[in-house]
Structure formats: structure tokens, C-alpha cells
Design a protein around this ligand. Structure first.
Ligand code: B1M
Length: 233
């Protein structure tokens, strides 16, 4: 039957392939996603375009149907695994630019929150822009952030939260840094789908970053301001 015919990804044009990848991500088809990523790269696509147009856009569709009760946790987990498999292929391409190291960032998802795709993406893009990144993973209590900042002698703290119930924990981390007299030693950047600029300001972060590209640009801006300040003595 026609609708049971196997789709040969390499025979699709770019636009059809990207749409098919959205479907495959939705269906959690890891191998198909890996193949699609490789095909787009072979066709000369920039890794960042593959990431945003094929993977992140696909995950947005998954997110909408998750919200609307059409998809459930097991299916979304499969989609997340497929997305991660695609990201793993892109990671070295995004991360190895040979750029000189410009600063060090500790990044982690806050306590109670296990979403890590956005955080991983930010880490990858930061590495690609020449930052050293120490990823402390998910579900981090304040102690983990403080210990990592001190141990790593980082310049930047990055925090991620995807739930409205976990985002207030970012303030706990920043308040604890203030209590310990260490807040001003670090650039604090926050991000995650439910946050906004106002929230970032209200909790005392230096900046809210809408996406990974904004995180990179914001980090660069703050680091160069820090260097200028030091140079001015
Ligand atoms: Co969850 N989940 N989830 N989930 N999940 C959301 C966040 C949700 C919006 C879905 C929905 O209802 N539409 C909803 C939250 C609602 C709310 O709080 N108001 C939700 C829920 C409710 C839940 C559970 C409670 C479901 C349940 O169990 N009933 C549960 C909670 C678990 C927990 O954390 N304790 C849960 C579980 C899961 C899975 C495990 C199934 C899976 C996570 C797998 C994983 O991460 N390994 C999952 C997923 C995949 C999602 C959605 C569908 C996709 C998230 C994602 O990866 N997006 C999500 C829907 C959505 O966000 N619209 C949803 C792609 C990623 C590239 O984007 O993470 O936004 P994002 O990151 C962006 C920016 O936000 C920014 O840059 C990134 C790249 O551009 N950014 C930063 C992120 N972090 C940053 C840090 C920075 C800077 C920028 O630091 C400097």
C-alpha cells in the first residue's frame, strides 16, 4: 500500500526532509533523526541551521502537543532522546571553532527540574564561542552551584529552569551568593522557556537569555565589559 512505502530520507529535498525530521522527532525515531542530520550536513547546511530549523523547531511542535495533552511523558522522552542523538552529532561541529578561551561558565538546571536539552544546547554554543563550560547537570541544589563556582574559578554562572515551579529557585541561589558575599564576583545569566526579562531582573540576575545564541552574545558582552573594567584599574 502506498502509505506504507518506506520514505528514503536522502531522496527528499531540503524542505521535505526538514518536515520529515519534525515528524520523526515527534515519533521519537532516533536513527532517522541521526540520518537526517547527517544528510543536511552533507548537503552543506551549517550545523546551527540544522540545530534550529530541524531539531529545535521539531521540539517546539512536541512541546505544543505535550501542553495540549496529545503527547505524554513517555513519548516526549523518546522525542528528547532522538533530539539528543541529533545534538550529539552537531556538538563537535558547534564546539570546535578553535577560538581562544574567553572565559569559564558553570551551568546547571535548578533543583526539582530535570529538563536538560536547552541547557546542553547553551553549553554547546558557549563552547563553540570559545568559553570553557563546566556542566553540573540537572536538579542542582544551591550547594552544587556554589561549590562548582568556587572549585572551577568560573566567570559566569548559568542557570536553567523549564518549570514555573522551579524557576523561583534561581533566586535562592542568587540570594545565597549575596549572603556569602560572592554575588559580585560572577556574571549570572538565566534562561529557560517560562522565564522573561522581568523575572531575570526581579531575582537579581545580570541577564535573562532568550536562547542559546543570546546567551553567547550576552556572555561575550559581559566578559568584555569585565576586561575593560579591569584594564581601567
Ligand atoms: Co517537560 N514540561 N515536564 N519534559 N517539557 C515543559 C517545560 C512544559 C512547558 C510542557 C508543556 O506543558 N507545554 C511543561 C511546563 C509547564 C510549566 O511549568 N508551566 C512541562 C511539564 C509540566 C513537565 C512535567 C511536570 C510533566 C509531568 O511529569 N507531568 C515533568 C517535570 C519533570 C521535572 O523536571 N521535574 C516534565 C518532564 C519532561 C520530560 C522528562 C519528558 C522531557 C525532558 C527531557 C530532557 O530534558 N532530557 C520534557 C520535555 C522535552 C519538555 C518540552 C516538550 C521541551 C523542552 C525542550 O527540551 N525544549 C517542554 C515544552 C516547551 O518548552 N515548550 C516541556 C527544547 C529546548 C532547546 O528549549 O529548553 O526552552 P529550551 O531551551 C532554550 C531556551 O529556553 C534557552 O536556550 C535554549 C536553547 O535555545 N535556555 C537558556 C534554556 N536554558 C537556558 C540557560 C541559560 C540561557 C538560556 O543560561 C545562561
Amino acid at each position: 500500500m502506498a502509505d506504507e512505502e518506506e520514505i528514503i530520507l536522502s531522496e527528499l529535498d531540503d524542505e521535505e526532509l526538514v518536515l520529515q525530521m519534525h515528524d520523526d522527532l515527534y515519533d521519537g525515531l532516533k536513527e532517522e533523526i541521526e540520518e537526517g542530520v547527517r544528510i543536511l550536513l552533507d548537503r552543506g547546511w551549517a550545523p546551527y541551521d540544522v540545530l534550529t530549523k530541524a531539531l529545535v523547531a521539531g521540539m517546539t511542535i512536541v512541546g505544543a502537543d505535550f501542553r495540549d495533552g496529545i503527547l505524554f511523558v513517555p513519548e516526549v522522552l523518546l522525542a528528547a532522546n532522538a533530539m539528543k542523538a541529533g545534538m550529539a552529532i552537531l556538538k563537535p561541529l558547534l564546539a570546535e571553532t578553535g577560538a581562544p578561551k574567553v572565559g569559564k561558565m558553570v551551568i546547571g538546571t535548578v533543583k526539582g527540574d530535570i529538563h536538560d536539552i536547552g541547557k546542553n544546547l547553551v553549553g554547546m554554543m558557549m563552547e563553540g564561542a570559545g568559553f570553557e563550560v563546566v556542566d553540573i547537570g540537572i536538579n542542582n541544589p544551591v550547594e552544587n552551584y556554589i561549590a562548582a563556582l568556587e572549585r572551577e574559578e568560573a566567570d559566569i554562572l548559568g542557570m536553567s529552569a523549564l518549570l514555573t515551579t522551579t524557576m523561583p529557585y534561581m533566586k535562592v541561589v542568587i540570594d545565597t551568593m549575596k549572603e556569602k558575599g560572592m554575588r559580585d564576583d560572577y556574571i549570572v545569566l538565566v534562561g529557560g522557556a517560562p522565564l522573561n526579562e522581568e523575572f531575570g531582573k526581579a531575582i537579581g540576575a545580570d541577564a535573562y537569555c532568550r536562547d542559546a545564541a543570546v546567551a553567547v552574545q550576552t556572555a561575550k558582552d559581559f566578559i568584555s565589559r569585565k576586561h575593560n573594567k579591569l584594564a581601567a584599574g
